[in-house]
Design a protein. Structure first.
Lengths: 372, 405
């Protein structure tokens, strides 16, 4: 088990959480006032305080919390003592401690620093990702739920895990530097390849996909569903047998993938009209029976009771002292390893435990953790 | 990112062998990350079903789509007929000397090929075996087929993106493949690390659906507790205002801005000719401005519509407001101040091409340079010699029986 010190914002907190899912000890170091994650809406039970942000409750699950005023001398000393016994420091820049100092006090420490942070909306606009998201006749949008920053954090996790491998074979600590800007840009790779090879500029397509010709979300009787028609020999005729649309059947040239691409809007319009007669379940079950990739479109609320997420332990039923019985999301790595994460810590919940282990007298802790 | 000038240490995955049965994008993206971290990745490919991550306009003389050249660079290829028992045996022998086996078939396919974890583990206890199907190998959806758009819809991405009342809103790229691939890469790096101590491999049954659902884990949790659907915020923030994306001169040109502080707000009111709002009670605090966001947006739009998106960006930044124009793909790639995630590499089929490099660097570590993607079966003989010490007679026999292609 490793000890990971987490001093990140939204671009890194999920990375530290992945280490908690792996079973490592993750200590979140916060200012005595509580950090930004605790202030992000939505709030559980609509309680707007430092303990009820959904982002704090999800992203800090399974972590410990200590409070430190890193700007004070006592706080700096406490942090250095924490780092002496740690394996990893993951933090957004500017780092609260000089990286050379980190390495001087602990030659085996992996320091992951996150650079090029900017306000999320602006960073997404700049990266090209926004030009790919939203409806063509409306304003381009960012991905909701802070998904772009969560995605950056998966790179932070990969970089940190890679650095740990180097440390463990060389015996020497090192610095991993993750660029938020480059991480976001890397996700336009698909559009980059098509543009650099053929000059095609991929644009936003609303509910539809850009890659597979017949692909996207369509309305149905009770919501929306998603169909993707993979192009493979014989599949189009099977598809038509199911859909039974006279206009689609009247044009045999549509069996060709290139023609499907040319007339993809027409095909999707026909499917739009057809699918409205059925429910999500009817459409998705029949499509899956015929081996066409199909799925429901879910809101986060729909996912709370999803049978697949429950069956594999991504979600488990938890008796929470405050929230009652809820299905708690443990995570994709926790699910693989059969682990369950504990609740997110209260602000400074582990001060006594962690600092006592560093042989700090209670009076000294009080000064450093209380802030100004 | 450029590599460290004083690099002295070998890459994280030096001497790690990856036997790669993946296809399309999520799996091949993951194994490219592994190759970039120094692993020896050998793709097991089929001559009957040549793979590409997505159909590209450019296809090389040896049948490789541009998407393949980018996604499968820096790997080797062996072409084996896995429908044939002798082919399965060769694959199993390669797996016996591999560190990592990775596949993203539907659940059950590798078992039918007699290449599932239980079988391969018998000859290689240290093997790390990664399955990364759409939904994982158990649960009621284990046999569902899925593609990127399905997961965008099912995992909630489409219904948390956009504004209240919008139809499902997608991103037009294979977003989930990247998210799944990154999670798989992380799990593999950790499994290799843990194997150093335990000397034991492990089966990693990753579900791409769960990776995508985790991206909105916070909203899932708020739904579980509050029993309501979280509101869709479009481009707005819950914490500060104004924030948004505004139309500029021309067709489909936009600029984003975030005013995170009162100072930035005051600067904005002066810039857009609404100085009187500086003392207006309706806009005093961020909370007030969030309440009256629509009215603010109208005034900002009236101002941005007079200028190009670049001018809007420059003028906002000049007064200390965070702003970025919405860059189209061509602009990201062609501008000097963006596209740094991509670099030009030598590619033997096309001369040079742009490719994605890792968006991180490791101090004092030399990461390998990018190499051209393989032709189908290009390294079959070389891999059989290196990994299995096959004799020339054995290789000739495998070729004669068309096991090796």
């Amino acid at each position: 088990m490793l000890r990971v010190i987490d001093l990140t914002t939204l671009t890194g907190a999920y990375a530290a959480r992945l280490f908690a899912e792996q079973g490592h000890e993750v200590i979140r170091v916060e200012s005595p006032e509580g950090d930004e994650l605790r202030r992000l809406a939505p709030f559980l039970k609509e309680q707007r305080d430092l303990e009820h942000s959904a982002y704090h409750q999800f992203l800090n699950a399974g972590k410990k919390s200590v409070t430190l005023d890193v700007a004070s001398r006592e706080g700096q000393n406490l942090l250095l003592d924490l780092l002496r016994q740690a394996d990893v420091l993951v933090a957004n820049c500017p780092l609260p401690v000089d990286e050379e100092l980190c390495q001087a006090i602990n030659s085996k420490l992996v320091v992951t620093k996150i650079i090029d942070d900017a306000p999320e909306l602006c960073a997404v606009a700049r990266s090209g990702l926004m030009s790919l998201t939203g409806h063509p006749d409306r304003v381009p949008v960012t991905l909701g739920g802070h998904i772009p920053e969560m995605a950056v954090a998966t790179y932070v996790a990969v970089a940190t895990a890679a650095a740990l491998l180097v440390r463990n074979s060389s015996g020497r600590g090192l610095i991993a530097t993750v660029s938020v800007r480059e991480s976001l840009e890397s996700f336009i790779e698909q559009a980059m390849v098509e543009y650099s090879f053929s000059g095609t500029i991929t644009e936003r397509r609303g509910s539809k996909g850009a890659i597979t010709a017949v692909s996207g979300a369509l309305p149905c009787k009770d919501g929306h569903w998603v169909i993707s028609q993979i192009h493979r020999a014989g599949r189009w005729s099977t598809f038509l047998d199911w859909v039974q649309d006279p206009e689609l059947s009247a044009d045999p040239s549509l069996a060709e993938e290139a023609n499907q691409h040319k007339r993809r809007d027409f095909i999707m319009e026909r499917l739009h009209a057809w699918a409205k007669r059925f429910t999500k379940t009817e459409l998705v079950e029949e499509a899956q029976r015929l081996h066409f990739p199909a799925s429901p479109v879910s809101t986060p609320l729909d996912l709370v009771n999803d049978p697949q997420l429950l069956a594999r332990g991504f979600l488990t039923e938890l008796d929470h002292p405050e929230f009652g019985t809820i299905n708690f999301p443990h995570g994709a790595i926790a699910s693989v390893l059969g682990k369950q994460l504990g609740a997110a810590p209260q602000l400074g919940e582990h001060n006594a435990e962690i600092f006592a282990a560093l042989n700090y007298a209670t009076s000294k802790i009080g000064r450093a953790t209380a802030g100004k | 990112m450029p590599t460290d000038a004083q690099a002295t240490l070998p890459p994280p995955l030096a001497a790690i062998r990856v036997l790669d049965f993946t296809h399309v994008l999520a799996g091949p993206f993951c194994t490219r990350l592994l190759a970039d971290l120094g692993a020896d990745v050998v793709r097991v490919e089929s001559s009957k079903h040549p793979d590409h991550p997505w159909p590209s306009t450019f296809v090389s003389e040896d049948g490789r789509h541009a998407s393949y050249l980018n996604t499968n660079r820096s790997k080797r290829s062996i072409a084996i007929d896995l429908k044939n028992e002798a082919g399965q045996k060769i694959a199993a022998r390669l797996a016996a000397v591999s560190d990592v086996v990775i596949e993203n078939f539907s659940a059950g396919v590798m078992a039918r090929l007699e290449l599932d974890y239980e079988r391969l583990k018998a000859t290689n206890l240290k093997l790390i075996y990664v399955s990364m199907s759409g939904y994982g190998h158990d649960g009621p959806r284990r046999n569902w087929t899925s593609m990127n758009m399905n997961l965008q819809g099912y995992s909630g991405l489409m219904m948390v993106t956009g504004a209240e009342g919008d139809p499902p809103t997608a991103i037009s790229n294979s977003w989930n493949d990247y998210i799944g691939g990154l999670h798989a890469c992380f799990a593999i790096l950790q499994a290799i690390d843990q194997r150093r101590k335990s000397d034991q491999g492990r089966f990693i049954d990753l579900s791409q659906f769960e990776c995508s659902a985790a991206m909105i884990g916070s909203l899932l949790l708020s739904s579980a507790v509050n029993r309501t659907v979280p509101s869709r915020r479009g481009n707005r923030s819950d914490r500060h205002a104004p924030q948004g994306v505004y139309a500029c001169v021309g067709t489909d040109n936009w600029c984003s801005l975030c005013a995170e502080t009162d100072d930035q707000w005051n600067a904005l009111t002066r810039l857009i000719g609404q100085e009187r709002w500086g003392s207006d009670r309706r806009f005093y605090t961020a909370a007030d401005r969030l309440q009256n966001h629509d009215e603010i947006d109208q005034a900002i739009s009236a101002w941005t519509k007079q200028y190009s998106s670049k001018e809007v960006e420059d003028r906002l930044r000049a007064v200390g407001i965070s702003a970025d124009r919405v860059r189209r793909i061509n602009e990201v790639i062609d501008s000097a101040d963006s596209g740094t995630a991509f670099s030009r590499m030598a590619e033997r089929r096309v001369g040079t091409m742009l490719t994605t490099t890792l968006p991180f660097s490791l101090s004092s570590v030399t990461l390998p340079a990018s190499r051209s993607a393989p032709s189908l079966g290009e390294h079959g003989v070389e891999v059989l010699r290196e990994w299995l010490k096959c004799s020339e007679a054995e290789i000739a026999e495998l070729k004669r029986r068309e096991v090796l292609q």
